[in-house]
Design a protein around this ligand. Structure first.
Ligand code: MEV
Length: 311
């Protein structure tokens, strides 16, 4: 049995696909789980995902990205193939919380554990990236990276080099409220739409991505000193840029406005947008009020989470 965490993009989503930096955080308490059990000889691999899409033999659905991932790991690492892989996840799908990356990471970890092997996070992240491409088209790689490393990261793609991945110093604990719009939106749709707009008007979108990148640089400095009062407005400015990029939605804008009205230090959509979740940065004292305000404004769910300071 193995698990992997959900994730949040604190700032820099979308621009990260185009080479600007972004900051991502693991959510240790919200996890996907994969359990591997033996089947009789000759059965072949079976995936059981009661919460997701039922049960299938991977030979029946070879084009399904998880089938491809399981086959690749079995072939490459000599994992005994007569197995049932049962997946359970507390992470809402298509919500911007990295459900796909967490499920894939839990599967890789569980297959390796079943065959008595381990791999470093970077190698697990690479395997998961291949399966994420099946879901998302042109992912930056930030989701699989933060989920496999399970620590706050600074992430930046580089031309003809592996991405820059750095652990991110956090000077003081951060309190976040995560509000779920309840609207499910697969990552590849807004990512594809942004690509079309960028192709149609590269100068405008490059300029927007530059502005996002500059905010992310400032956010890194605010995080390092634990300065939430400085970080908040940077997150809110990132939301305005995401609106201009065209990936917000009326539901997300309403939740962001409700968070501000309830006293948040800053708020923004988190992840690919058009649906899924938003986050609000707050003092611990104000967190319950903001969660209540988000529910009153229509959030399907609102949870308070704390990101620990790094040592
Ligand atoms: C999704 O969590 C983040 C996006 O920037 C897409 C990606 O980086 O692959 C929207």
């Amino acid at each position: 049995m193995a698990t992997a965490p959900a994730k949040l993009i604190l700032c820099g989503e979308h621009a990260v696909v185009y080479g600007r930096p972004a900051i991502a955080l693991p959510l240790a308490d919200i996890r996907a789980t994969a359990t591997v059990t033996p089947l009789p000889g000759g059965s072949g691999p079976l995936i059981s995902a009661p919460d997701l899409g039922g049960q299938w033999r991977i030979t029946e659905r070879p084009d399904e990205p998880l089938s491809g991932l399981v086959m690749a790991v079995i072939d490459r690492f000599g994992v005994p193939p007569d197995i049932e892989i049962t997946i359970r996840s507390a992470i809402p799908i298509a919500s911007g919380m990295g459900s796909g990356a967490a499920i894939a990471t839990a599967i890789v970890r569980a297959l390796l554990a079943y065959s008595g092997q381990t791999l470093p996070p970077a190698a697990i992240s690479e395997l998961v990236y291949e399966s994420e491409r099946g879901y998302h088209g042109t992912p930056s790689g930030i989701d699989n990276t933060v989920v496999a490393f399970e620590q706050p990261i600074w992430f930046q793609r580089r031309p003809s080099l592996p991405p820059l991945i750095e652990p991110l110093p956090i000077g003081a604990p951060l309190t976040l409220v995560v509000g779920d719009s309840g609207v499910r939106s697969p990552t590849r749709l807004p990512v594809g739409a942004v690509r079309e707009r960028w192709q149609a008007d590269p100068a405008r979108y490059e300029a927007l991505f530059d502005q996002v990148g500059a905010l992310v640089e400032q956010a890194r400095a605010a995080l390092a000193t634990g300065d939430a009062v400085r970080l908040g407005p940077l997150l809110s400015a990132n939301h305005e840029l995401l609106r201009e990029i065209g990936v917000s939605s009326p539901e997300l804008d309403r939740l962001v406005a409700a968070a501000h009205a309830a006293g948040a230090l800053g708020a923004k959509l988190a992840g690919a947008g058009w649906g899924g979740v938003m986050l609000a940065l707050t003092t611990p004292a104000q967190a319950a009020t903001i969660a209540g305000a988000l529910r009153a404004a229509g959030a399907a769910n609102a949870l308070v989470t704390t990101i620990a300071a790094t040592g």
